[in-house]
Design a protein around this ligand. Structure first.
Ligand code: NDP
Length: 250
């Protein structure tokens, strides 16, 4: 299990221009990992993050791709490969919501969430896996959600996409375990990001009554566990769903 331990690792974090993805990127860079920062529309934010990492002596590049587009995903993975070499660590973080009650949910609302959250995870993972299998080392860390475990009104599309990621993680973990590749899902609860900031105060107060720790999490709470799962120290952990949610999913 110690094979490949000394190589300087290369990571791709999807949806890393802001929020949780940005915090994960900064954490991995602080561990000496070279980070490829994927963004879709927020180029300035992605560049700012890369500049910060480089200013601190790390290595970072930014790559534009819509993860729901398989061709664009393959392009950026080729670009990382030609710049640094094959990807060792993939963090499937890019995710969106498009809420509506099911009875009113449009085909477009359903499809865009499934295409980004679930198909994006499949496209990115499929595109990096062959090299991980060849190198006999890899880390795949998927970002799920407490909503994939518990459901939530108005989020059937999102809950389905995030629950599917858990099944995907377990099946793939079994397929690749013998090659030193681990696959895990981190399921955040409510984390202080733009997504949570914009909720009405009344709703935030209501949510807090359901969280045993009575507070929202920080982006760094997710980044720390992802950093651990990306490291050698997590060698014997695979196929797991790890909740970081102040006890919400209990
Ligand atoms: P943000 O909305 O703050 O950021 C989303 C990121 O995903 C952005 O960097 C955005 O890039 C990127 N993104 C969106 N669509 C695409 C796409 N098609 N292709 C590539 N990148 C894309 O999200 P959070 O930080 O809040 O969430 C990150 C992850 O954590 C998501 O998977 C989310 O479901 C999950 N999560 C978040 C929780 C929370 O409380 N915040 C709770 C539970 C789970 P750009 O701006 O460049 O388009």
């Amino acid at each position: 299990m110690k094979e490949n331990a000394q190589k300087e690792k290369i990571a791709l974090v999807t949806g890393a221009s802001k929020g949780i993805g940005k915090a994960i990127t900064l954490k991995l860079a602080s561990m000496g990992i070279k980070v490829a920062i994927n963004y879709n529309s927020s180029k300035d934010d992605a560049k700012e993050t890369a500049d910060k990492i480089i200013a601190n002596g790390g290595s970072a590049i930014i790559l534009k791709a819509d993860v729901s587009n398989y061709d664009e995903v393959q392009e950026i993975i080729k670009e990382v490969d030609s710049t640094w070499g094959p990807i060792d660590i993939l963090v499937n973080n890019a995710g969106i919501i498009s809420d509506n009650l099911l009875v009113r949910m449009s085909i477009e609302e359903w499809t865009k969430v499934i295409n980004t959250n679930l198909n994006g995870t499949f496209y990115c993972t499929r595109s990096v896996l062959r090299n991980m299998l060849k190198n006999r080392w890899g880390r795949i860390i998927n970002i799920g959600s407490v909503v994939g475990l518990r459901g939530n009104i108005g989020q059937t599309n999102y809950a389905a996409s995030k629950a599917a990621i858990i099944g995907f993680t377990k099946a793939l973990a079994k397929e690749v375990a013998a090659r030193n590749i681990t696959v895990n899902t981190v399921t955040p609860g409510y984390i202080n990001t733009e997504t949570v900031d914009i909720l009405p105060q009344k709703l935030k107060d209501h949510i807090l009554t359901h969280i045993p720790q009575q507070q929202f999490g920080e982006k760094e709470d997710i980044a720390h566990i992802v950093g651990f799962l990306a490291s050698q120290e997590s060698n014997y952990i695979t196929g797991q769903t790890i909740s970081v949610d102040g006890g919400l999913a209990i």
